[in-house]
Design a protein around this ligand. Structure first.
Ligand SMILES: Cc1ncc(COP(=O)(O)O)c(C=O)c1O
Length: 350
């Protein structure tokens, strides 16, 4: 194949994380309680569904239900195949080829992927040493869109609210996207403030607090003008009928979401203290995952742990994250298993 055949903006895209080992999945920041119970119920009803017919092109019923949940008009929502699709739609809708997208670093690796596959140019701006937003640098950076992740993956902290406001208000003629994939765990959201701004979009997902990662459901929410542009760009029918039915049931069970957040909050304390007892440096988390690092080499740590049946995610080769690894916060039992296996690895490698 000739290199020139490949679009220049996608030449350096690696394959996504696709581990070939199996074990307890504490590497994907999913919900430790297992699949949302609403899913089983909805799937039973789906047996009668006429799958010969297309879904609603814009997932109207789900947008109605989301509107009810947030007391916003359904027209403010654009539903997609995971919040990943929502991010893709944003760049498809607003980015000209070659335009810059400002990305605080370190951040979610797929953010730059979506910029590149839409022929944009990632403009990375380092977070400060405490992983907070560098407002001055972000407001000096050139780009049509600024995309930040709150709580931030993989650093696990949230950004100060006044800093988010400062990067939105500091440069009014750019679009600011707040990726709130983990928003429920922090109990924070920019959605109530969307009506104050004409340039802000929030993305959210059913993959984390709603425990439905396998169903691929997410959405963008914004003002009606931006949402209308995105709706017209999105691939019609991108959310299948079964996923929409499951999402509708899951939205009705807010108690499950509250319980998930409670389990994670309790587990965060258990893991933070346990990891510190083992000698790791632990970063402050407001998400359902924790970033930590120790003296043992990150690759060795992750590999040895996987051999013992527990998978965590390695970030240790990345700039500003030297030797760091990330674990999902699990149930008490999962966390204890992780801590026990970590202790064994440390003993064996001493
Ligand atoms: C920060 C962030 N945004 C978006 C996503 C994608 O979520 P979804 O499963 O809704 O596509 C993830 C998934 O891990 C994430 O970490």
């Amino acid at each position: 194949m000739k290199l020139e055949w490949q679009r220049s903006t996608v030449r350096d895209i690696p394959l996504y994380y696709n581990p070939k080992v199996s074990g307890l999945r504490m590497d994907t920041s999913t919900n430790p309680l297992g699949a949302n119970p609403a899913a089983k119920e909805a799937l039973k009803e789906c047996m009668e569904m006429d799958l010969n017919q297309y879904p609603s092109p814009y997932s109207d019923r789900l947008r109605d239900a989301l509107g009810e949940l947030y007391s916003l008009p359904p027209e403010d929502f654009v539903v997609g195949n995971g919040s990943d699709e929502a991010l893709d739609i944003i760049f498809k809708s607003f980015l000209e080829p070659g335009e810059g997208v400002i990305l605080p670093y370190p951040g979610y690796s797929l953010h730059s992927y979506f910029v590149k596959v839409n022929a944009g140019r990632p403009v990375f701006v380092d977070l400060k040493d405490d992983f907070q937003l560098d407002v001055e640098k972000l407001n000096r950076a050139k780009g049509k869109v600024l995309l930040l992740c709150n709580p931030n993956n993989p650093t696990s902290n949230t950004f100060r609210h006044q800093d988010i406001e400062a990067v939105i208000e500091g440069v009014p003629d750019r679009i600011v996207v707040v990726d709130e994939a983990y928003g429920e765990f922090a109990g924070k959201s920019f959605i109530p403030e969307l009506e104050d701004y004409e340039n802000v979009i929030v993305t959210r997902t059913f993959s984390k607090a709603y425990a439905l990662a396998g169903m691929r459901i997410g959405y963008a929410v914004s003002n009606p003008e931006l949402a209308d542009v995105m709706q017209r760009v999105k691939i019609p029918y991108s959310l299948n009928r079964v996923s929409e039915a499951v999402a509708l049931k899951a939205l009705k069970d807010q108690e499950f979401v509250r319980h998930s957040v409670k389990v994670v909050n309790e587990g965060r304390k258990q893991l933070h203290e346990g990891l510190e007892r083992l000698g790791f440096q632990v970063f402050l988390s407001e998400a359902n995952f924790i970033l930590f690092k120790g003296n043992l080499d990150h690759k060795l740590l992750v590999e040895r742990l996987a051999k013992k049946g527990v998978m965590i995610r390695d970030f240790g080769d990345k700039r500003r994250m030297e030797n760091c690894v990330r674990t999902t916060i699990g149930t008490e039992r999962m966390n204890q298993l992780l801590l026990d296996k970590l202790a064994e690895v440390l003993r064996e490698c001493r």
